[in-house]
Design a protein around this ligand. Structure first.
Ligand SMILES: Nc1nc2c(ncn2[C@@H]2O[C@H](COP(=O)(O)OP(=O)(O)O)[C@@H](O)[C@H]2O)c(=O)[nH]1
Ligand SMILES: [Mg+2]
Length: 342
């Protein structure tokens, strides 16, 4: 196991985090671009499975539970375990609750901030209703967005800042113009700190939905058709960023091997060219050298195949990202392919 990724889901109560988690689980168990997620505990898998079944088969939205919960997954690439990945779903109500005497709000909040410091990525959930309220200049929406800004500031203490997936949920509720306008207001006004040059944030903005024309409240029947869209993108983004770094490191070790091969073959040819007398006195080591070269070559081929496959999978991921989200690195809108600016 190479790494542990802590992914913290931030969003107000009712923003769609739990529904997203169920849908994401249902897709990622089958895998995407070679990556699969499995819960570390079989019972957790059953719990998530049951949550998704209730939405899809029973047609009931999950009840709003306001409890702090962690889900631990193992993320594999080509069935080889790569990371453990921890999803922190904390009480959404915590964001707006003030500390009342006799409650433990402060310690819960400290715990959240503590976790943020240790997280590898955050998924910021903003739902269609909040976008609509924001476009209608409803002060409640701005109050919630100010809290989100404060939380992001806690996360900023990371150096350098790690990836954020700004996830707009319930996209089926927004018209295209509302979505565009909403994203503009978020970028230019409410979350502008994230889109400033020099801030070095790595951000994607993606719109997700569980289906079309959905309605119904928490714990109530689902109206509309379930057909999830873009659900894999927010979690694959931090994985993409990490895997891309790993690919860079692996390319470096491949170059190292290639130079070892070159050295070994130089020695081999020198040995072969030795005169018969020299071989007689000092021994003929060319067979050993040849063996060494063959060993290095085998290793190189193995590495090259693996890296080529990973490179292709990451490229496919980039293609999907380009279709399903907008990407901003350090305030500039980017295209992948070693991050060309658009
Ligand atoms: N239209 C629409 N509504 C959704 C979607 N996802 C969730 N919802 C609604 O949002 C409610 C709250 O979702 P939930 O995941 O419980 O929010 P959480 O409090 O952030 O965990 C659900 O009960 C649904 O009514 C979606 O993709 N489209
Ligand atoms: Mg929830």
């Amino acid at each position: 196991m190479i790494n542990t990724l802590g992914i913290t889901a931030i969003g107000h109560q009712g923003a769609g985090k739990t529904c997203f988690l169920y849908a994401m689980y249902a897709q990622m168990v089958f895998g995407r671009n070679g990556f699969t997620f499995m819960p570390d505990d079989f019972d957790v898998g059953l719990e998530l499975e049951e949550g998704w079944r209730q939405i899809v088969e029973e047609g009931t939205w999950p009840k709003g539970t306001d409890i702090l919960q962690d889900f631990l997954f193992e993320c594999s690439y080509s069935f080889e375990p790569m990371f453990t990945f921890k999803w922190h779903d904390y009480r959404g109500g915590l964001l707006l609750a003030r500390n009342e005497p006799g409650t433990n709000q402060t310690s819960e909040r400290d715990e959240l901030f503590n976790r943020l410091q240790k997280s590898s990525s955050i998924l910021l959930f903003i739902d269609a209703d909040m976008i609509k309220e924001m476009l209608n200049n409803n002060p409640a929406a701005f109050r919630k967005l100010r809290v989100i800004n404060q939380i992001v500031r806690e996360y900023r203490n990371h150096n350098p800042p790690l990836p954020i997936a700004l996830t707009i949920t319930k996209a089926d509720k927004l018209l295209e113009e509302e979505m565009q306008m909403g994203i503009r207001v978020l970028k230019e006004q409410c979350l502008q700190a994230l889109f400033r040059e020099g801030g070095e944030w790595q951000i994607i903005i993606t719109a997700v939905e569980l289906g079309s024309d959905l309605s119904g409240k928490q714990g109530e029947p689902v109206n509309g058709t379930i057909a999830p869209k873009n659900i894999h993108i927010p979690v694959l983004f931090p994985i993409y960023i990490t895997m891309n770094q790993l690919l860079g490191n692996a390319m470096e070790s491949l170059r190292q091997l290639q130079s070892e091969r070159k050295e070994a073959s130089d020695v081999y040819y020198k040995e072969k060219e030795k005169s018969g007398w020299s071989k007689f006195w000092n021994g003929d080591h060319s067979a050993d050298y040849k063996e060494e070269i063959e060993r290095v070559e085998e290793n190189i081929t193995l590495q090259e195949d693996k890296l080529e496959k990973l490179r292709r999978d990451l490229e496919n991921m980039e293609r999907e990202f380009l279709e399903g989200c907008a990407i901003y690195f350090d305030g500039k809108k980017m295209r992948f392919k070693s991050t060309k600016e658009i």
